[in-house]
Design a protein around this ligand. Sequence first.
Ligand code: CU
Length: 378
Amino acid sequence: MRHRWIFLVVFFSLPLSAQEMRFNMTPGVTQVSQEVYQLHMTIFYICCVIGIVVFGVMFWAIYHHRRSKGAVAASFHESTKVEVVWTIVPFLILIGMAIPATKTLLAMEDTSEPDLTIQVTGSQWKWHYSYFDEDVEFFSLLATRPAEIYAERDKRENYLLEVDRPLVVPTGVKIRFLITSQDVIHSWWVPAFAVKKDANPGFINEAWTRIDEPGVYRGQCAELCGKDHGFMPIVVVAKEPAEYQAWLQQTRAEQALAREEEQRLLSMNMEMDELMALGEKTYQARCAVCHQANGAGLPGAFPALAGVGVSVDPAAKAAHISIVVHGQAGTAMQAFGPQLSLKELAAVITYERNAWGNNTGDTVQAAEVQAVMNGDAL
Ligand SMILES: [Cu+2]
């Protein structure tokens, strides 16, 4: 037993160094996240003390009452004193843990009196953010390039943790999140805020945060939600209130402009080339995850669009527009009407009708898409 001390050093240094170790939880950047972290450390230390006391007594007893020393087992049972002690001590420990835990949980759940409310909607496989009373909403999609995912290029720093449009929020105000889903269960998780809430279809869950420091905070969907569950990250950019207001103004103006452009588009005829170029881009960004880049689909899960179905049927143009705009209830085929602009819809449908050897020669125009949206016959 010359090296007994090694065991003791390792055992006693575990709780001390846990705070610095990479595999500990992060303290985060909000008051609540720090409370959560402190709570976790408190409970962890309590567990360590219990562990040290229980194993200490056990190992001490084994060592001192070993047979080689001629120890003889004592015979006693039913000690009322011991039974009372081992009931009361754990009871007190549990109460001691429950009080700080309840306090923190109540603070996390208190979504009252927010300064800003944002609806967060998950769907396969992206997030949608809608700012209440601000007329601003957008989708936020993975921005990592497929070449990185398929290891054809080096991976960038925030591999799989980058999006095309981050959620932008002001610092120093109470932000309430209303979290829901359009299809399956997702979960909106940003560790730095200690916010992790399930997004359930048909329900709205609430969470909140108040961020003190401007910065970029990253998270992920934390509920296994299908094939691309690992490909729907979350990026939150916290800005000083003045900068946030400027961003809000600009985004609102951009979105209003885009709506005007939609109106203008209705009376225009776009050329095949333009439609195909935008269509390919839209298809690769939004449809290829399921129907595959070459339109071949995934047998048993996602239908092929190349060579079969509505995409090659000259008589089925309206049906084609309709399934893209309205989706197919009960399947993974979402309604893209609310997700894409009229221009993108017209382009992506045109693309499907003319790519991969699907030579219908049709173009689809914005006005035709609008007509299907309105329920008019083509
Ligand atoms: Cu998800």
